[in-house]
Ligand binder design. Structure first.
Ligand SMILES: [Zn+2]
Ligand SMILES: [Zn+2]
Length: 447
């Protein structure tokens, strides 16, 4: 175990704190820190030496252990709770070990600090490395997942560490009809990973995320057991500062997955603010159909943010990791829960299985990005940029359901002119023979 620091403390150091900084590199899953001092109880002295240690992460205080035997064996800071230290998602950056000297009863005390890094397992790590870099201000993340607090198989910390190791900047816990896991999950929020929460309001005829509502359970039943109208539930979510997201509307329904298909006739899409067009790994019916349904709603004049959700319920099999899944890429400008939620509400986001993009309209120095309505009376220049588009994929600008092909390359720029008066919505999309790879939220026209 590599030595990080060593030194000597004397009576002159009593009632002082020695600060030992150390830098945690990006991508570390956990680390083990050993702190030892000797002698513990000097021969002939009535009292032992008394020295305590604490670890502070970039996000605040992390661990306080007063029993020297725990430190001498080493404490592990990481996603699994260990030896008196709670579960942590390890943020990269400057950490500090505080050594506080309460009492020195020997002429001097020799201390050592050893530190060892642990990387994510090979099954998960490559995704982090392969991922296409995002321009400044953009973050990628997941908006829908479960733990053992509902019907999942993993802990809140296993979920958070998995999403972090996959290279995501934010992760969301949305258990079915419970928020019991949220205090734990939200406590992992930090510079490594932003954690968001809510619950998946899971009814007999559809599922809806109460995204961002973390201070209460949004329930689908009244206290007497009667079912609440879904539009009322969506109103409650929006009044609480959240976002009602219709989940996997075209999931296979009863009797195979009871309640999974969206069948609330009073909310098609009604006052929903978003629809999860890509749920889990790619499926033509569920996700291809979900994209079509969303675009039908856009053409009817609804303004609906498209989202993706992993809907993961536990640690994936290696085969699962090879299947095509999407995350959300959000123009949050800065990190943090509020910034991510605000950008999502504005539709400043797209869903992607890998490629990255921008889409904007411009006229006379005014710029509108995806999610915005073009406020111009003259034709506007629409510019798309992209990166990480694989061979065999096809780019298109989809205007009101009419795809216009774009010459495709791994990376590139495309410019065209649209008259805001003549279109309702325009998205940037990337597809290949298997299905979608990227779907942006629309720039809205005025038609
Ligand atoms: Zn669901
Ligand atoms: Zn779910």
């Amino acid at each position: 175990m590599p030595r990080q620091a060593e030194g000597t403390l004397t009576a002159a150091d009593e009632s002082t704190t020695l600060v030992i900084p150390f830098v945690v590199p990006a991508g570390i899953r956990s680390f083990r820190l050993k702190f030892n001092y000797t002698p513990d109880h000097p021969e002939g002295a009535e009292l032992r030496n008394q020295i305590s240690a604490s670890i502070y992460g970039p996000d605040g205080k992390t661990a306080e252990i007063n029993r020297p035997d725990r430190w001498s064996d080493g404490v592990t800071v990481g996603p699994e709770p260990s030896g008196g230290v709670g579960a942590k998602i390890v943020s990269p950056g400057e950490w500090k070990l505080f050594i506080s000297t309460h009492r020195v009863t020997s002429p001097d005390v020799h201390y050592t600090v050893d530190l060892e890094w642990h990387l994510p397992s090979d099954d998960v790590a490559p995704a982090r490395v392969d991922i296409t870099p995002l321009p400044d201000g953009w973050l990628r993340g997941d908006l829908h997942a479960h733990t053992w607090y509902s019907d999942g198989h993993w802990t809140t910390s296993a979920l958070a560490s998995f999403m972090f190791e996959r290279g995501l900047d934010f992760s969301t816990l949305t258990d079915h009809n419970t928020i019991d896991g949220l205090p734990e999950f939200l406590s992992y929020d930090g510079t490594a990973l932003t954690t968001l929460g809510g619950n998946e309001v899971s009814t007999f005829r559809g599922h809806m995320l109460a995204l961002g509502v973390t201070d209460r359970l949004v329930d689908w039943r009244d206290p007497d057991g009667t079912l609440r109208p879904l539009p009322d539930i969506a109103d409650e979510i929006h009044d609480a500062g959240g976002m009602a997201v219709i989940c996997h509307p075209l999931s296979i329904g009863d009797p195979w997955c009871c309640g999974c298909r969206w069948e609330h006739e009073d909310m098609m899409p009604g006052n929903a603010r978003a629809v999860e067009i890509w749920n889990g790994t790619w499926d033509d019916d569920k996700n291809g159909g979900g994209i079509k349904l969303w675009q039908t709603w856009l053409s009817e004049g609804h303004r609906l943010v498209a989202t993706a959700g992993s809907d993961m319920h536990g640690p994936p099999q290696p085969a699962h990791l090879k299947r095509r899944a999407a995350h959300n890429v959000v123009y949050a400008i800065e990190r943090g829960r509020d910034a991510v939620l605000k950008a999502l509400k504005a539709g400043h986001s797209y869903v992607s299985a890998g490629p990255v993009c921008t889409l904007q309209a411009e006229e006379n120095g005014q710029v509108w990005i995806m999610g915005d309505t073009v406020e111009a009376s003259e034709p506007v220049t629409v510019t798309a940029t992209w990166n990480g588009v694989p061979d065999g994929a096809r780019l298109m600008l989809n205007v009101d359901g009419h795809p216009q092909p774009i010459p495709t390359s791994i990376q590139g720029v495309f410019e065209t002119v649209l008259n805001p008066a003549s279109f309702r919505w325009a998205t940037l999309e990337v597809w290949d023979d298997e299905g979608a790879l990227l779907v942006s939220n629309p720039i809205y026209g005025q038609r």
